[in-house]
Design a protein around this ligand. Structure first.
Ligand code: GLY
Length: 388
């Protein structure tokens, strides 16, 4: 009898692995075809875009491809997708494209006017370095970490998100947790622990001030840069100051999971588990597990979805599953999200200029990028596929 149970368990495990491999292969096959189309769409769009526009971000209201300069926070996602295609297929064609598009983003390594350097440089150059060990990429990562570190204020204990916003003195957004990965990598690559210390201090300050009792997070915390005192707790891209903006919750989940990977501090693991509980047990989460753009959107169930929040969440849950006692349940939830995205949110083959996923929401209060394909949804979807 005991043997029978063992054989049944082993068979079920093998079936799960075969199923995951099949999904991954199907997902990447589709991604390769769409990305071939995207490369053509980029060439066409360049003719009518600004000369410094280099990588795709979304489609505009007329269905035209929107290309952005390296300075845009979304610039690094497409190069990152090309690296993921190379990682999965090992086809040199994708490495050549990845190198070409990564080179467009490298000048940002010296920019000190944005907190988005992690998105820009680590999603492009960081993935390139992981796959090639190219020493020039290593130096770009270290330079970018130095630039990002100039935005750290030790009195506040955080990296400043945005400059020149008259309503806020020292705004810090939950998204900023994502940029810490660049700092952890820079300490590993340079031996300079100052980057690591800044990352940990930022994560600790955010943990203290960004979260509510129900473990959802505010979008923006505004600090007094002279005293470190919290001045405002507000939103920018969410429905209301006290609402839970869907992508913000996903950034927090991914950020604290990554911080646990980098530090093994159990406090970060617990925080990631708490955020996962908020997301997965939320009564407004639809049965397909792709959230509405804000968990408190007033027009649920007619509110737009945010497939990007779902893709980021799935990728984070696959990683969290490796560290947590709830691993099985996180993996199951991530599989459910990925199943929904693959079955019901993919672009039509050969359509949408080569984007992979539809139905993301960029900035609803600004009436911008609502129910559109968007590069970061595709990036985290491919990363999640690789993590399956
Ligand atoms: N600010 C990054 C985002 O829209 O999620």
């Amino acid at each position: 009898m005991r043997n029978f149970v063992k054989v049944t368990l082993a068979l079920s495990l093998v079936t799960q692995v075969v199923f995951a491999q099949k999904n991954k292969s199907k997902g990447f096959h589709f991604a390769e075809e769409q990305t071939e189309l995207m490369l053509k769409s980029i060439s066409e769009a360049k003719a009518t875009s600004r000369p410094n526009a280099v990588t795709p971000r979304t489609l505009d209201k007329n269905g035209n491809l929107v290309l952005v300069p390296s300075r845009d926070w979304c610039s690094g996602f497409f190069p990152g997708e090309l690296w993921f295609l190379y990682q999965y297929t090992k086809d040199k064609k994708w490495m050549d494209e990845a190198r070409k598009y990564t080179a467009f983003i490298e000048p940002e390594q010296f920019t000190t006017t944005t907190h988005d350097l992690g998105f820009e440089i680590y999603c492009s150059v960081g993935n390139g370095y992981k796959l090639t060990n190219d020493p020039s990429y290593k130096q770009v990562i270290i330079n970018a970490a130095k630039s990002l570190s100039t935005r750290f204020n030790p009195t506040v204990g955080c990296i400043k998100s945005w400059d020149n916003r008259k309503e806020w003195k020292f705004p810090v957004i939950i998204d900023n947790m994502m940029n810490l990965e660049l700092l952890f990598a820079a300490t590993r690559l340079s031996g300079d622990s100052s980057f690591y210390k800044i990352a940990v201090t930022h994560a600790n300050t955010t943990l203290k001030n960004h979260f509510r009792a129900n473990n959802s997070s505010y979008h923006v915390i505004d600090y007094d840069p002279e005293t470190g005192k919290v001045l405002h707790k507000q939103t920018h891209q969410g429905y209301a100051d006290e609402s839970a903006w869907a992508r913000g919750q996903a950034w927090g989940l991914y950020g604290y999971t990554m911080c646990y990977r980098e530090t093994r501090n159990p406090v970060y693991l617990q925080q990631a588990e708490k955020i996962a509980a908020f997301i997965l047990n939320n009564p407004t989460t639809p049965t397909d597990k792709v959230p509405y753009w804000d968990y408190n959107a007033p027009d649920i169930p007619n509110a737009p979805r945010d497939a990007s929040a779902a893709a980021i969440t799935a990728s984070a849950l696959y990683e969290l599953a490796k560290y947590s006692e709830n691993g099985k349940s996180y993996k199951k939830s991530a599989d459910q999200i990925m199943n929904s995205l693959s079955k019901h949110y993919q672009a039509e083959p050969g359509g949408s200029k080569g984007f992979i996923l539809l139905h993301s929401t960029g900035h609803k209060p600004a009436n911008s990028e609502i129910d559109v394909p968007i590069s970061y949804a595709d990036y985290y979807y491919l990363e999640a596929l690789l993590r399956q």
